[in-house]
Design a protein around this ligand. Structure first.
Ligand SMILES: Cc1cc2nc3c(=O)[nH]c(=O)nc-3n(C[C@H](O)[C@H](O)[C@H](O)COP(=O)(O)OP(=O)(O)OC[C@H]3O[C@@H](n4cnc5c(N)ncnc54)[C@H](O)[C@@H]3O)c2cc1C
Length: 390
């Protein structure tokens, strides 16, 4: 007997697992598994295969490509993607702007943007954070002023992931400077090709280019690109952030990484014996595995309680984000130690090896997971306030 899944759910899981292994090219999955950065073309190819089989946006409303799955089926889907090292459908399209447009956008916006977002014909990025507005997002200053032709937007966004690839950016902008912080914010869709948009790369300590600064200098945005009502953007942002945090636990990914650590630690020598024979190392791997199992139980509890129709953010997603990010970092640390012990050759094409350079880059890269999507300190504040009532 499986602790969570019925026989039908296990069949569903096995079918997905087979499908992902068969249909998503091995060369893309090997990169994910090794923690190597993906090219834009890899992500587009993988998402289009999923979309062609109705698997890019199964959590969306049915008329826009959703599958009407149960919360448990959705969890199985995400976990299997991660365990088979398939890149997740682009978060910005599928888990952020897509659900917001589906829930709060106009019919014209749905028709124009949703099918293209699902197929990654449009690449979206997220323009929320600013140099002086991260944790305290509501103090954002980018302003949108009404003119006869549309909104004139000016300001600066920062940490904008993959803006260098993006066709569109969804932004929080201030439309009413006189209102209380949260009350004067709107949610705008901006074409990255508009005059006045400039993208400047930020190279992070792992040497990679994932994030950017985006400058908006008197960018004219048609009124039809406002989502929902003017000055109600904060509500839509809260809905989006709760979705973002729920997806961020990445339990399947950590499981895949830990399974790999186990396999590699058996092949790796530490002195005169396999690394896996070192009790202290083994204990740390087992500790992470136990905590992953506990997180999985928590996630299943959250799913069981989740209300399908509700647009309210679930504060429990903060627990998933907090613990999930800690475990992702623990897994990346263990992987770096395995790679360091052996000094694996970066030239090896063997799927089961890991280069110490890539493991180190991934370790550095994963420092981000306790910052983005709302830092872990902020998640602790949310948990203290809304769950523990402190
Ligand atoms: C790799 C990466 C990708 C990102 N991608 C995007 C993106 O695509 N789009 C986007 O809009 N944003 C993105 N972000 C931005 C991210 O959401 C912010 O970095 C995050 O919200 C924290 O804001 P900040 O960096 O301004 O830090 P600050 O808010 O200045 O916080 C600095 C430190 O103080 C702590 N702190 C702040 N306030 C409190 C408090 N009240 N209580 C306790 N501790 C506190 C924080 O935890 C943190 O440790 C990304 C960030 C990273 C690292």
């Amino acid at each position: 007997m499986h602790p969570f899944y019925s026989a039908a759910e296990l069949r569903f899981r096995d079918e997905l697992r087979d499908f992902f292994r068969r249909e998503i090219p091995e060369r893309i999955r090997a990169k994910v598994s090794a923690g190597q950065p993906l090219e834009k073309a890899d992500l587009v190819e993988s998402q289009r295969i999923l979309n062609a089989h109705g698997l890019a946006v199964p959590h969306w409303p049915k008329e826009w490509g959703g599958r009407d799955w149960t919360p448990v089926q959705r969890a199985i889907f995400t976990e299997e993607l991660q365990r088979t090292a398939v890149p997740l459908p682009l978060q910005f399209n599928c888990y952020m702007v897509g659900p917001v447009i589906a829930a709060f956008g106009s019919q014209a916006q749905k028709e124009r943007f949703l099918p293209r977002a699902a197929n990654l014909d449009d690449w979206w990025c997220q323009g929320f954070s600013e140099p002086d507005a991260g944790s305290d997002l509501a103090s954002l200053k980018t302003k949108a002023v009404r003119t006869a032709d549309g909104y004139l937007v000016s300001g600066q966004k920062i940490w904008t992931t993959y803006a260098q690839y993006a066709d569109w950016i969804f932004c929080l902008v201030r439309t009413d400077p006189a209102a209380k912080k949260q009350a004067g914010i709107s949610f705008l869709l901006i074409d990255m090709a508009s005059p006045g948009v400039t993208v400047r790369p930020i190279i992070t300590m792992d040497g990679r280019h994932e994030v950017n600064e985006v400058f908006l200098d008197n960018v004219l945005v048609p009124f039809e690109n406002l989502v929902g009502e003017e000055n109600k953007g904060w509500d839509y942002a809260k809905y989006l952030l709760a979705n973002e945090r729920a997806g961020i636990a990445r339990i399947g990914l950590s499981k895949e990484r830990i399974a790999r650590v186990r396999r590699l630690a058996r092949q790796t020598r530490a002195g005169d014996r396999p690394l896996w024979d070192l009790e202290t190392f083994r204990a740390r791997v087992l500790q992470v595995e136990v905590e992953l199992k506990a997180l999985e139980f928590t996630q299943m509890r959250v799913l069981a309680e989740s209300d399908h129709g509700s647009h309210a953010p679930n504060p429990m997603s903060s627990i998933l984000k907090l613990k999930g990010s800690q475990l992702q970092q623990a897994a990346s640390e263990l992987m770096m130690e395995v790679a360091g012990a052996e000094g694996f050759s970066p030239a090896s094409a063997d799927y089961e090896t890991v280069s110490s350079a890539v493991a180190f880059e991934t370790y550095l890269n994963f420092r981000k997971v306790s910052i983005y999507g709302g830092s872990n300190e902020i998640q602790r504040n949310i948990i203290a306030k809304t769950i523990l009532n402190l």
